[in-house]
Design a protein around this ligand. Sequence first.
Ligand code: SF4
Ligand code: SF4
Length: 105
Amino acid sequence: MNWKGVPREEIEWAPTIASDKCTGCGMCVTSCGKNVFDFDKENRKAIVARPKDCMVGCTSCSVWCVFDAITFPDPKYVKDLIKKRGVLVFAKKQLEERLKNEERL
Ligand code: SF4
Ligand code: SF4
């Protein structure tokens, strides 16, 4: 799996849950479109089960968590990654392909 040409396993982007703050409300478990979380039924808390499935740069679940239990690395990490790993070149190619495909329709 890679993200815009960068191997996903090399990218340190995933949520961290402070379990003492997690009330088990289920917002993150039921809302993440990437199915990153599982629910620990015994302890009634969310767990980060599939961290590498998290969309690079997304922080939505930290916004949804009204108990402020979810944190992320500094977004600057992603900005630096984009600058240093050729992500803009990759994105430009993707954009050009998309525009060509749209013209064919
Ligand atoms: S949204 Fe926050 S409080 Fe609710 S289950 Fe997820 S981490 Fe726990
Ligand atoms: S940041 Fe986005 S993709 Fe990642 S776990 Fe949270 S909601 Fe899912």
